[in-house]
Ligand binder design. Structure first.
Ligand SMILES: O=C(O)CCC(=O)C(=O)O
Ligand SMILES: [Fe+2]
Length: 199
């Protein structure tokens, strides 16, 4: 399936709902769920330490460190499955990536809050390639400044094997989130391939 543009002002979004076949997506889901060293990291929320509502991992080239609360975090190395996916995502997007953030949403209660992927290490107009495996969840966009970008929120159903590219001004003008859902949900695994500046 080809990448198809989603029409949204001040954004540049492309979606391929069948980037991987359902069989391939299921195989990668099983392999990554079993082999990635998943962690549940603490975050500060209103001054209190709580655990993130999902499991995470970060893999990439050894030089692709990024700074976070004054710490330079080292990525874990690419695994064979992650290398394969990186090659395919690079070919489809025409972009090179040196790291990938993995998120595992164990149930409908796991989620990600509103944010933009706008860390300085990603540069002003990052290309972020988001690959989803497992349960379908709704991915939401809302304008950062509804006066500049008067547009209602957008929901995109990210099915297993779908590839979403976020490019251009998307991170500058839009926030995105993966809300909780009350419905019983199978696990969902998302990979966001990124290029961080190597210092
Ligand atoms: O799980 C998703 O689809 C989104 C993940 C995300 O926004 C991120 O890793 O920055
Ligand atoms: Fe994000």
């Amino acid at each position: 399936m080809p990448l198809t543009a989603l029409s949204l002002p001040d954004a540049d979004l492309l979606l391929d709902t069948a980037f991987l076949s359902p069989e391939e997506a299921g195989d990668f889901l099983a392999e990554l769920t079993a082999t990635i060293p998943w962690k549940q990291e603490p975050i500060k929320l209103f001054g209190k330490e709580v655990l993130q509502p999902r499991l995470t991992a970060w893999h990439g080239d050894a030089q692709a460190r990024y700074r976070y609360s004054g710490l330079a975090l080292e990525p874990s190395p690419w695994t064979p499955a992650l290398e394969q996916l990186r090659n395919r995502v690079e070919a489809a997007s025409g972009t090179q990536f040196n790291s990938v953030l993995l998120n595992l949403y164990r149930t409908g209660q796991d989620s990600m809050g509103w944010h933009a992927d706008n860390e300085p290490e990603l540069g002003p107009e990052p290309v972020i390639a988001s690959l989803s495996l497992g349960a379908t969840r709704l991915f939401r966009f809302k304008p950062r400044d509804p006066v500049r970008t008067p547009h209602p929120p957008l929901s995109v159903a990210l099915t297993s094997g779908s590839l979403l590219l976020m490019r251009g001004l998307t991170q500058q003008h839009w926030l995105h989130a993966l809300p909780k859902t009350a419905r019983p949900q199978q696990p969902r695994l998302n990979l966001t391939f990124r290029r961080v500046t190597v210092k």
